[in-house]
Design a protein around this ligand. Structure first.
Ligand SMILES: Cc1cc2nc3c(=O)[nH]c(=O)nc-3n(C[C@H](O)[C@H](O)[C@H](O)COP(=O)(O)O)c2cc1C
Length: 355
């Protein structure tokens, strides 16, 4: 971290976490944030879903819910940024406070509940962006009061089609009642049938392909994961993001540990990596995986990659380390790949978890 970034992070940590986050986004939009030098290295280039990533380290969903600062995050050295969750209609989310720092645990608990400006506003913002270096993905959500959640995902997909390079169906947020039920076999099959049908219709109509991914929870049993893997393979989902936040509260020391919501950050690392590992085995490596949950160092990112992740994402560690963590992880990752004799990034993917 530069001295300027350290100063900024110290000042932000004195504020309520949601206010600090708003300010950080504002600083990024206005160009006030400390300039971070991207780390560029051919060894980190990789092709996934037919897209050529300049590096495999991305910003996880929820950081930039309304697509206010995706270019700033790309410019600071992330290979891709997932905006959202975006729902069809704007909604305020849950009452504040709804984001808590668990500093001793290097973690966070949030119960935002998909607060966002709605698909029209987000689409307008994306449409107005100048050219980009790197990819923008969108996290698709459903409105809290929706009677047909599958229709919501399809509406957001249609609204953002052509404006982003990939989309993630988020059925794993713990902060929208009964959303996670969509991960059950029958419900997921019905949901994916509709989403894939919509994806294929849009592809045909626009002659443009946009990969559709599914983001899953870390709180699933082996049997539930097996069902999800089977449905994803049968329906032709393009990728799986493992994982979202957890409801588990094991081994926490911070005073906010009892808050309701999803836990992210360091305590999530082991569980989310175990789910990723299982998913690779259950899908036989046939579907690209995105590893997210508790990454705060190059070693963490590398462990996810060796467990089977083709790409990685992070959010919570940035609350503590600032946005320069992205390029720092990218640089460390390149060093680890070289140390282990990998002359192509793909050689490391799943190296510890052969299928
Ligand atoms: C404040 C906050 C908001 C989030 N919002 C979303 C969201 O809207 N959609 C989603 O799929 N994941 C969301 N997440 C989950 C992250 O994308 C990620 O899966 C999770 O935090 C684990 O990664 P991390 O430990 O690096 O933070 C959110 C996480 C945090 C901390």
């Amino acid at each position: 971290m530069t001295d300027f970034e350290k100063l900024g992070m110290t000042a932000l940590r004195r504020l309520d976490p949601e206010t600090a986050h708003r300010l950080a986004i504002k600083a990024l939009v206005k160009g006030w944030a400390p300039t971070v030098k991207p780390y560029e290295d051919e060894l980190l280039e990789t092709e996934v879903f037919g897209l050529r990533f300049c590096n495999p380290v991305g910003v996880a969903a929820g950081f930039d819910k309304n697509a206010e600062a995706p270019l700033a995050m790309l410019a600071s050295g992330f290979g891709f940024v997932e905006i959202g969750a975006v729902t069809p209609r704007p909604q305020p989310g849950n009452p504040r406070p709804r984001l808590f720092r668990l500093t001793e645990d290097r973690a966070a608990i949030n119960r935002f509940g998909f607060n966002n400006d709605g698909v029209e506003a987000v689409a307008a913002r994306l449409r107005a962006l100048p050219g980009r270096r790197g990819f923008i993905w969108a996290n698709l959500g459903a409105n809290k009061d929706s009677e047909d959640r599958a229709a919501d995902y399809v509406t957001v997909m249609q609204g953002l089609w052509g404006l982003v390079e990939a989309m993630t169906i988020n059925v794993s947020s713990p902060n929208t009642e009964r959303l996670r039920d969509l991960q059950g076999r029958a419900a997921l099959d019905a949901l994916l049938a509709r989403c894939i049908e919509a994806r294929d219709a849009l592809t045909e109509e626009t002659l443009r392909q946009t990969p559709l991914l599914l983001k899953i929870s870390p709180d699933l049993s082996e049997a539930e994961l097996a069902d999800i893997a089977e449905v994803c393979l049968e329906r032709g989902i393009d990728g799986i993001v493992a994982t979202n936040t957890t409801l588990s509260r094991d081994g926490l020391a911070s005073r906010h540990a009892g808050e309701a919501g999803g836990l992210s950050g360091a305590p999530l690392f082991q569980r989310s990596t175990a789910v990723l590992r299982q998913m690779r085995r259950l899908t036989g490596g046939a579907i690209p995986l995105v590893g997210v949950g508790g990454i705060s160092s190059a070693e963490d990112a590398y462990a996810k990659i060796r467990a089977g992740a083709s790409l990685v994402q992070l959010y919570t560690a940035m609350i503590y380390e600032g946005p320069s963590l992205g390029p720092r992880i990218a640089e460390g990752l390149a060093a680890l790949l070289r140390r282990d004799g990998c002359y192509q990034f793909e050689m490391a993917v799943g190296a510890d978890n052969p299928v």
